[in-house]
Design a protein around this ligand. Structure first.
Ligand code: UDP
Length: 498
């Protein structure tokens, strides 16, 4: 049959559940969705992942590798109708969408509903569950038309989801005119202070996305459950709190990056790396254990040229060896590129600059790495936790401020670099630069070998052990994955369990 033709080692009768993943086409959303699909496949479910052509290129290595090892997994490529939404050629890659056309891009994604419905209606085996990124409200209608249950997939942790939900349902910012005034997040036992700009869901702060944001909320409310890349033991009170507030089943299935256990799949994860895994490993092999600072701000953050310079000088001044992932180097201008070339020469052997995609999880898992300066995107935060690393929290936008609170104030594994206001991707005109002195101070503090630093490291290592325990047999995430497969398998009476 069509769908199963290239799935090796899986007899059709063995397939009881078929999950169709519809991720948001952004690496920070696609990577954990693919990993979750891999995990469900390793629990015996067929998983199909919907991608647009630019993203096929980024993930097909991982999928091919998994298929070769016998996992029931496939990619379903659907091109976007770019012209219909006035988008330029190539703009199915979100990096190529002009900022003023971002709403059109989201409409083009929503237009996938009909072609997807036509395809899935005749898919064999018929889907038993659709798993949609929380940013795809239109999948509500798709799942309803197909008469299959729908799960939401969130790119963040339960703590951040609950904070965002609480500030909305308790109207925490009513009457507060200043977007940067700190307010206590209501409805939580522990006290956290956050501004509206730091804690509202991303789209609430995007002009023109008001209706879309309400649709997101409606889609979550009506979902049959939520998948979170987190694990029960890390944030039990927030997993339970969110499930209760939403009256919804929450399955924690992470840390999903732990699916990858080999250098090959780790070095292929998410994109083609700008540096060979062997080169990276060789460089790290020459360093003392726990001595290297890894610095990266994720897959989409554009760092302002002035900030690049201050960050570089701060790292150099800290005196610690470092690996620094510089994104969008070609957009930085000649002067900053020259600065980077000079810095590279000065720190040769001591500091490694990666211009482009880094094999992040591979780097983090090396014993030489001792801390992570991160923008606190949820995947990066989770990957730091898996690696047992303390973090310098340097949030930029969206729920990164909340993830930073979790790392610093709940888990006690981080120090704050001192950012107070969000930098909104490339859309922000105002740039608040963190000066080199603050960078240096934060790096020295996270690498400190005194009591406080050691205590942080001890907590990070203990958390990593719990993370690993969650995904192996007998662990909470392992059990949740099996539960999902059982829960959403075909039932003889209805075609799919509700
Ligand atoms: N990533 C990577 N190499 C890079 C940049 C990012 O492997 O050079 C991966 C990283 O490991 C993580 C994801 O991309 O899994 C980024 O997700 P995150 O939530 O941390 O941040 P976002 O990119 O969504 O802001």
């Amino acid at each position: 049959t069509k769908g199963l033709a290239n799935i090796r080692g899986t007899a059709r009768d063995d397939i009881k559940a078929h999950f169709v993943f519809i991720p948001l086409m952004l690496q920070g959303h696609l990577i954990p969705a693919v990993d979750t699909a891999l995990l469900l496949a390793s629990h015996g479910a067929l998983t199909s992942i919907v991608v647009t052509p630019s993203y096929t290129e980024r993930v097909h290595w991982t999928i091919d590798f998994a298929k070769k090892s016998g996992l029931p997994l496939r990619l379903m490529e659907f091109p976007l109708d770019l012209a219909a939404e006035g988008l330029p050629d190539g703009a199915d890659d979100v990096d190529k969408v002009p900022p003023h056309l971002i709403a059109n891009y989201f409409r083009a994604l929503a237009n996938l509903r009909e072609p997807l419905e036509r395809h899935l209606r005749f898919d064999e085996p018929y889907p038993t569950c659709v798993v949609a990124d929380i940013c795809h409200p239109w999948v509500k209608e798709l799942a309803a038309k197909l008469e299959v249950p729908r799960l939401s997939f969130s790119g963040t942790c339960a703590f951040s989801l609950l904070c965002q939900h609480n500030v909305e349902r308790f109207n925490a910012y009513d009457g507060i005119a200043d977007d940067h005034e700190l307010v206590v997040v209501p409805g939580l036992e522990k006290k956290f202070e956050l501004s509206r700009a730091q804690s509202l869901i991303f789209f609430r702060l995007m002009p023109g996305f008001e209706k879309f944001t309400d649709e997101l909320e409606q889609a979550v409310v009506k979902a049959d459950g939520l998948l979170v890349n987190s694990f029960q033991e890390m944030e039990p009170q927030y997993v339970a709190g969110y499930a209760e507030a939403r009256r919804m089943k929450v399955w924690t299935v992470g840390p999903v990056s732990l699916f990858h256990q080999s250098t090959t799949t780790l070095s292929l994860r998410g994109n083609t790396a700008a540096i060979g895994a062997d080169v990276c490993q060789h460089w790290l092999d020459g360093k003392v254990a726990n001595s290297v600072v890894y610095v990266s701000f994720g897959s989409i953050q554009y760092v302002e040229p002035k900030q690049v310079v201050e960050l570089g000088l701060g790292l150099e001044a800290s005196g610690h060896p470092f690996i620094w992932v510089v994104k969008n180097a070609d957009l930085l201008g000649e002067e900053v590129k020259e600065f980077l070339r000079e810095l590279e020469t000065r720190v040769a052997g001591h500091g490694l600059l990666i211009m482009g995609w880094a094999p992040q999880v591979l780097i983090l898992s090396h014993a030489a790495v001792g801390s992570f300066v991160t923008h606190c995107g949820w995947n990066s935060t989770m990957e730091a936790i898996v690696a047992g690393l303390p973090v310098v929290a340097w949030p930029h936008f969206s729920e990164q401020f909340l993830n930073a609170k979790l790392a610093v104030e709940v888990l006690g594994i981080g120090v704050d670099v001192g950012v107070t206001e969000p930098v909104m991707l490339r859309y922000d005109q105002k740039v608040i630069v963190i000066p080199r002195e603050m960078v240096e101070k934060a790096v020295r503090s996270i690498m400190d070998r005194g009591d406080e630093g050691e205590e942080r490291r001890r907590r990070a290592r203990a958390l990593a052990a719990k993370a690993r325990a969650a995904v192996v047999e007998g662990g909470s995430s392992h059990a949740n994955l099996q539960d999902l497969v059982n829960h959403f398998q075909r039932s003889p009476a209805r075609g799919a369990a509700a």
